[in-house]
Design a protein around this ligand. Structure first.
Ligand code: 9WN
Length: 501
């Protein structure tokens, strides 16, 4: 574990750390410099590792977030980041969640290339011949990233033919998700492994994972525990189930028709990102002379399916659907931040947006009272402030919520969240995630997407995102950001712990 001192997180008053693009100041400059140093330090020559210690290869959605940050000071490298990843795309359209770096010793990360065996096991699905990859996927942030990268430097992008090269790959990627992975039959993509959601250990997976017989932990050697605290990481029992699911998929040649897919879940975060990326693909199609309207229509269909299948009015947020539980599947009654990420979708009905904004500001997620939104319901039985995706606050999900609030006109709330994110990123040494009450750094330090998304919020013009006009949110009443109080996080922690008892 890297040793980083415990730094109490000052809850920032709204506007306490103004964006330097609005008023250049020393704090903003230092933060930007620190973030850029992290990204430069994690660059391998062709792409960026999430962390030099815990994650020494290229990860799929990490690279998309990284490109969104890199575009502000190195647009060429941002384009390269995405193209390196897309070069490892399989012929069936899937973009693998890990692209392995052959110069990193086997055993530095588990499961490594010797487990996934993409070259041998997956020839039917069209795995690349010369690159070792995993066989599962992660949320599709890539078309969104490609569009944002293009917009940051349209001339350089045009000169290098960037959009024309990435468009067919991105279109094939979305096609894979909405055909081979439409396991629920309603148009949405399903994840077939918790790692595919990017939120590996979320309590949302506990129910569906119960059905999976774990592999004996003596049969594999975890590398993550050499770098991460065991009580912050998933348990051996979780890993036993992750390994079983991945091995089953591999042993069926990664074929979505042959594999049993005993774990199949429609996740609102992945599908919301798919919708926004489909809108980005429409922009890219328009630039490259392809059929933009088809992508817009597809985004509209996906948005309707998202609401139809995953909206839960009683919770005031989106839930995951376990496609393997009964006819038509069953909503999983766990509230995770994945259910608030659809705030980034422009075409949602106004009452849905208003309810989500209220839920985010309510007692379970405490937006406006905590510096950042936790990954899981503060009142949920499985809440834990530092265990992987079971409560800590993550920077990518908070960036997405910040973007969503701004999209829907909740500007002051977005400003307050942005200030919270800046404070937490700086104080934690750009940690992978933080305890939502104390801001204590958890997981890896000098984590790439934390740095990249900090740069994006420091430098990104707000009007580069969203990709559409909000469907209109009449009745959107947004709670005013509260005046910061140092006592607030401790009070919220006590209330939440009382509610869980
Ligand atoms: C498994 C790299 C990845 C992120 C995921 C995060 C974590 C891997 C792990 O790290 O997952 O893919 O070993 O835990 O959950 O979101 O992409 O940063």
């Amino acid at each position: 574990m890297d040793s980083v001192p415990l730094i109490p997180l000052p809850h920032p008053a709204p506007g306490a750390l103004p964006s330097p693009r609005l008023s250049p100041d020393g704090a903003g400059r230092a933060l930007r410099h620190g973030a850029q140093q992290v990204l430069l330090g994690n660059w391998t020559g062709a792409s960026t590792v999430p962390s030099r210690t815990l994650y020494p290869h290229q990860w799929s959605w990490d690279s998309a977030f990284v490109a969104i940050g890199l575009r502000h000071f190195s647009p060429g490298r941002a384009r390269g980041e995405l193209e390196t990843l897309l070069a490892a795309q399989w012929l069936d359209g899937r973009v693998p969640h890990i692209v392995f770096n052959p110069s990193v010793p086997l055993g530095s990360y588990f499961p490594g290339p010797d487990f996934w065996r993409s070259g041998g096991a997956a020839t039917g699905a069209g795995s690349p011949a010369r690159t070792e990859t995993s066989g599962i996927v992660q949320p599709p942030v890539h078309a969104l990233a490609a569009w944002l990268v293009h917009e940051a430097d349209p001339a350089g992008s045009a000169r290098s033919g960037f959009l024309a090269r990435v468009y067919p790959r991105l279109a094939a990627w979305h096609r894979y998700l909405t055909t081979a992975r439409d396991l629920g039959g309603a148009g949405l993509a399903s994840v077939v492994h918790p790692w595919e959601s990017g939120m590996d250990n979320s309590p949302c997976w506990d129910g569906p994972l119960d059905r999976i017989e774990p592999v004996d932990p003596r049969a594999f050697r975890r590398a993550d525990l050499a770098h991460g605290a065991a009580d912050h990481r998933p348990t051996d029992l979780d890993y036993g189930r992750y390994v079983r699911l991945a091995a089953d998929y591999r042993d069926h040649g990664y074929s979505d028709t042959d594999a049993p897919h005993r774990f199949a879940v429609e996740d609102p975060c992945l599908n919301a990102l798919l919708i926004v990326s489909e809108l980005a693909l429409a922009r890219i199609a328009r630039e490259t002379g392809a059929d933009a309207d088809a992508h817009e229509r597809h985004a509209a269909r996906l948005t309707a399916a998202l609401v139809e299948r995953l909206w839960d009015a009683e919770s005031g947020m989106f839930l995951c659907r376990d496609v393997r539980d009964g006819e038509g599947g069953t909503l999983i009654r766990e509230r995770s931040v994945a259910g608030l990420v659809p705030l980034i979708v422009p075409g949602l009905p106004g009452h849905v947006v208003a309810a989500m904004v209220a839920t985010a500001h309510g007692e379970r997620f405490a937006l406006g009272r905590l510096a950042m939104v936790p990954s899981y319901d503060l009142h949920g039985e499985s809440f834990h402030p530092s265990r992987y995706w079971r409560g800590p606050a993550w920077f990518n999900t908070n960036w997405l919520i910040e973007r969503g609030l701004r999209l829907h006109g909740a500007t002051e709330q977005a400003d307050a969240l942005r200030s919270g994110l800046f404070a937490a990123a700086g104080a934690s040494g750009f940690a992978e995630y933080v305890d939502p009450f104390t801001g204590r750094a958890c997981g890896a330090r000098s984590f790439s997407w934390t740095a990249a998304l900090t740069v994006d919020l420091l430098d990104g013009p707000d009007d580069h995102f969203p990709l559409g006009t909000p469907g209109g949110a009449p009745g959107l009443s947004v709670p005013a950001p509260r005046t910061a109080s140092a006592a607030a996080p401790a009070v919220i922690a006590a209330e939440a712990s009382a509610a869980r008892r």
